[in-house]
Design a protein. Structure first.
Length: 284
């Protein structure tokens, strides 16, 4: 069950889409949304420039504080528009509906956000959360460093519940972890599709075996296999299979290869982060 959702507030362009992506999940599971913005320290400038530095630092600090206050207003306006109760960050109540809290912190954004995300059941981001022109760096950090599932949602379409998850299955530890952490979505699903692309390694469980395991839990799951494409990317093959199945959520393990290798030569994880047409739940 997803009872706590973590939504990083990075900029005024991406924050509201991230909240919109979290909203149907919060309502379905009566979850609590923690929205957090981190004010980073102003970079130190050389002492020889101190006469200019003091004024510059003051103006930069004011701009950072203004951004945090603007994001706080976006949060309050959103909660007001959607009738979401706003409570204190450390407040715990039993409530039959969604709630939310605003947290302002100081430090390095990726470090503070990754640490706080470890307390949540699910991290939710829109593809515009990192920057106006999407950059996968922050999203990759959330996936690789939090130990929590991360939902990356395009602005359109957002996630709808109940959904039809498509599981990109390669038999890896990461894929198995993604399936386990996606269980709240799977148990609320209309149906689920287990997709494998290309041959799996010797001794690894097949897509059909995973589908059988899910059916034992009452999940209406079917298996689909696709040949590994001779031309084109695996990401394209996955996207095509998701569309053919009528899926509206992709579940997959992230960084089945070493992350440094994916960073240098690319990989399915990075391709999916940048270009998938449907919401993606990733786990590492």
């Amino acid at each position: 069950m997803y009872r706590t959702l973590f939504v990083p507030a990075l900029n005024d362009r991406g924050f509201r889409p991230s909240l919109k992506a979290a909203l149907p999940i919060a309502r379905t599971f009566h979850a609590h949304i923690i929205a957090m913005h981190v004010i980073e320290p102003v970079a130190t400038i050389q002492p020889s420039e101190m006469a200019m530095t003091a004024d510059l630092i003051a103006r930069q600090e004011d701009a950072l504080q203004d951004l945090s206050e603007e994001l706080g207003r976006i949060f309050l306006d959103f909660c007001g528009d959607e009738n979401i109760d706003v409570i204190e960050p450390d407040e715990v109540r039993e409530r039959p509906h969604a709630s939310a809290a605003w947290v302002e912190a100081r430090g390095i954004t990726e470090e503070r956000a990754a640490g706080h995300a470890r307390l949540a059941d699910l991290v939710v981001l829109s593809r515009r959360a990192g920057s106006a022109a999407f950059s996968a760096g922050f999203e990759e950090t959330m996936v690789a460093r939090t130990g929590r599932p991360v939902l990356i949602a395009p602005e359109q379409p957002g996630i709808t519940l109940p959904c039809h998850p498509v599981i990109a299955w390669n038999g890896s530890r990461e894929a198995a972890r993604a399936v386990a952490l996606a269980e709240p979505f799977l148990t609320h699903a209309k149906e689920a599709t287990v997709l494998s692309v290309g041959p799996l390694g010797a001794g690894l469980p097949s897509a059909e075996e995973l589908a059988v395991s899910l059916r034992r839990k009452g999940i209406k799951a079917t298996a689909v296999t696709r040949e590994k494409p001779h031309s084109g990317s695996i990401r394209t093959a996955i996207d095509t299979a998701v569309a053919e199945a009528g899926g509206d959520l992709l579940v997959m393990g992230a960084y089945s290869h070493a992350r440094w290798r994916e960073t240098i030569v690319g990989g399915v994880t990075r391709d999916i982060l940048r270009e998938s047409d449907v919401p993606v739940l990733l786990a590492h």
